[in-house]
Design a protein around this ligand. Structure first.
Ligand code: SAH
Length: 195
């Protein structure tokens, strides 16, 4: 039930294990229909934007937006996911350490328009990655451990430019009937986090 979910934690190790075992039902080969539907809201008439993908996995939408001329920055704990992204799209890339974050790596497409940080979202700050014109949050807030939600949303807000758009994919369901993706986030909580 929702009450017991509040204390549940999915550790980084568990996420890495999911990637290793291929338990990645959340990954979709086709671009998300809601990004297509609300693309205008994200772009708001602007071109050449910097767009952030928190907890990016190997989301195909990163390639899609890059191909439209935007610069994409993602963050993901699984290096396997990030390498998979570049490999599956046939993109060459280089990697370098991130001086500000011990153990972190940045994988960047040779063309330079896709930069993926391999580290925890909580290691990043806008002094490292800058600010963004748009954020695509699909499977990110819902994957954040409930106890970290406030920290996560506050951090996201620090990544936003004045005219940023934040697209948050929400899922409305009865938490007593469905297990969730992986955590249930009540609408009232979304309003208090981002309202
Ligand atoms: N947004 C992606 C993936 C969603 S699944 C998509 O739409 O397909 C959530 C992802 O977050 C997983 O790939 C997991 O490895 C990653 N993750 C979990 N905790 C993280 C953290 N603290 N920092 C960065 N990535 C994290």
């Amino acid at each position: 039930d929702i009450g017991s979910q509040r204390d549940r934690v999915v550790s980084e190790e568990e996420w890495l294990k999911k990637w290793e075992l291929g338990n990645i039902g959340f990954h979709k080969e086709r671009g998300h229909p809601l990004l297509q539907k609300y693309l205008d809201v994200l772009l708001n008439g602007r071109s050449g934007l910097r767009i952030f993908f928190p907890l990016c996995g190997k989301a195909v939408e990163m390639k899609w937006l890059a191909d439209m001329g935007h610069r994409v920055v993602g963050v993901e704990v699984s290096e396997q996911a990030l390498r998979g992204f570049f490999a599956e799209h046939g993109l060459s890339y280089c990697e370098e350490p991130v001086p500000e974050i011990s153990g972190a790596k940045k994988l960047q497409s040779t063309s330079g328009n896709i930069s993926l940080y391999c580290c925890s979202i909580y290691d990043l700050s806008s002094s490292i990655v800058g600010k963004f014109d748009g954020i695509w949050d699909r499977g990110a807030l819902v994957a954040v451990n409930p106890r970290d939600r406030q920290r996560y949303s506050s951090l996201m807000i620090t990544f936003m430019e004045k005219n940023s758009s934040y697209l948050l994919v929400t899922v409305s369901y009865d938490p007593n009937k469905h297990k969730g993706p992986p955590f249930y986030v009540p609408e009232s909580e979304i309003k208090s986090l981002f309202g």
